[in-house]
Design a protein around this ligand. Structure first.
Ligand SMILES: [Zn+2]
Length: 487
């Protein structure tokens, strides 16, 4: 192993462990055999230069657009990070085609190749916004190669192509769409030819949460009557499980052009997990509101539910809100709710399973909003459960469209679980914590936007990938008895 590789490995693990230059200096001060800090810093700069000449990081500004709009759509996600004011409006991006050219050799060169000549590159674009401060988001546009299968569920298999600090809204994302428009159109039309002259056709997909997808599709504000992503079902028909809605698009709710015209409507894939989490919110709320009405709630149910939650390692408790004395409960975060839904993470489903799922889901909604049968308040009446209005858009999505997408993806050798947005959300969470959480990953000398530093950080990860930089070095101990001395 060369000194160079060892040094590269140090730079890599510093990134992995999020060890700052300062932290490394302290470490090297007590471990004399470590490389001096300046050597590591120099090498990191060298790597930045090397990889940045291959993958240019461009910067842009969106502020001029954002200033016109004083609306503040408050995001429910709490934030303990604050963005510096002069970072607002900054954006950075790099070329998708360039990234593909660099990554294709890695994908096809593996022992078990991810792609072989003749394959279509199934490229999923994704997006996520995360609060940095009260009104601003760190917005991330990513891509991943769905051919990688379950690997795309890991955040480091989602590659950022554009980041900006601003709002998660149409006017701003329109600018992002324009940056990539020509390139995406070319990739869709002509595919990409790698350095060995192999031609790879490209098909685009998109997944994001409801809000992000809604914006990308150019649909009207989510409080309008027709606000579905795929069809023109209206609010009054939502509960009716005997209707059948094909995903033919929502022209009634559509006001503006979609921002990524290269993506066919049927390639906007709903995030199954996200839908289930939203439905579980409603179910919990319905259940708890019913339980609160019972006289023995406090004596009986409260403790049992809290204990059950604690048993599966979820912090949960009921408490009285101070203002009106009504009961309230700890809201669960995504990862906690996810523990309840591992069943849906099954890699593939048979046609019969999909059909069964579709019937079960529809029957479940029918039961959910079943009206009272018989004379109200009479002894023989079977009381209904919830109102038709309680059927949510997510329940519509689950029953009317999710089975369709399960079948469609199955034909392409893909599955819904690959479209989970949680890996993109996790990536965004990590980067916000890392670069806006008060640590000094950026280095800080040059005055370039933080989003630029983040893309350079991601570039370095690609450098490690394409150059096989080890993140651990095994060395056999020197054995003084047989004189073997291999490092
Ligand atoms: Zn629909």
């Amino acid at each position: 192993m060369t000194i160079q590789t060892k040094l590269d490995a140090i730079v890599r693990v510093c990134d992995k462990a999020l060890l700052s230059h300062d932290g490394y200096r302290h470490l090297a001060a007590v471990v004399p055999s470590l490389f001096r800090e300046y050597l590591v810093a120099d090498r990191q700069n060298k790597i930045n230069k090397l990889i940045n000449t291959q993958i240019h990081v461009e910067i842009f500004n969106i502020e001029d657009i954002d200033q016109f709009n004083g609306d503040n759509n408050s995001d429910e996600r709490a934030s303990d990070t604050l963005v510096n004011n002069n970072e607002v409006g900054n954006g950075a991006y790099c070329s998708l085609s360039t990234l593909l050219k660099i990554l294709i050799p890695v994908w096809k060169g593996r022992e078990n190749p991810v792609i072989i000549p003749g394959d279509i590159l199934h490229i999923k674009l994704g997006g996520d916004g995360r609060n940095v401060g009260r009104k601003q988001n760190h917005v991330m546009v990513t891509f991943c190669l769905l051919n990688e299968k379950d690997d795309v569920l890991k955040p480091n298999h989602q590659y950022s192509i554009c980041l900006y600090i601003g709002k998660e809204k149409y006017e701003t994302l329109d600018k992002v769409g324009k940056i990539f428009a020509l390139q995406l159109a070319d990739l869709k039309e002509n595919g990409i030819i790698d350095d060995d002259g192999i031609h790879w056709p490209v098909e685009f997909y998109f997944s994001g949460d409801w809000k992000f997808t809604y914006i990308i599709l150019g649909l009207n504000a989510p409080n309008s009557e027709y606000f579905y992503l795929f069809c023109e079902c209206d609010a009054k028909s939502r509960h009716n499980m005997d209707l059948f809605w094909m995903p033919t698009g929502n022209t009634k709710g559509k006001k503006r052009a979609s921002l990524f015209p290269v993506i066919d409507l049927l390639n906007y894939i709903p995030d199954e997990l996200h839908i289930l989490l939203r439905i579980s919110d409603i179910l919990m709320e319905c259940l708890f509101r019913d339980l609160f009405k019972k006289n023995d709630f406090e004596r009986n149910f409260k403790e049992k539910i809290e204990k059950k939650m604690n048993d599966i390692n979820i912090h949960f408790e009921f408490y009285r809100s101070s203002a009106r004395g009504t009961w309230n409960w700890t809201s669960l975060m995504g990862p906690e709710k996810k523990k309840c839904y591992n069943i849906f993470l099954k890699p593939s489903h048979t046609e019969a399973e999909i059909l069964k799922f579709e019937e079960d889901a529809k029957n479940w909604v029918r039961t959910f909003c079943r009206p009272t049968i018989g004379q109200m308040n009479s002894a023989t009446a079977i009381p209904g459960l919830y109102r038709k209005d309680d059927v949510t858009p997510y329940m519509h999505m689950l029953t009317m469209h999710v089975p369709y997408f399960m079948r469609r993806l199955k034909e392409k050798g893909l599955s819904l679980r690959l479209f989970s947005t949680s890996s993109v959300e996790k990536k965004n969470h990590d980067q916000v914590r890392l670069f806006f959480g008060g640590t000094t990953m950026g280095g800080g000398k040059k005055k370039l936007p933080v989003v630029y530093d983040i893309l350079v950080f991601e570039n370095r990860q690609i450098f490690y990938l394409i150059n096989n930089i080890p993140n651990e070095i095994t060395c056999r101990n020197i054995n003084i008895y047989n004189g073997e001395n291999t490092i």
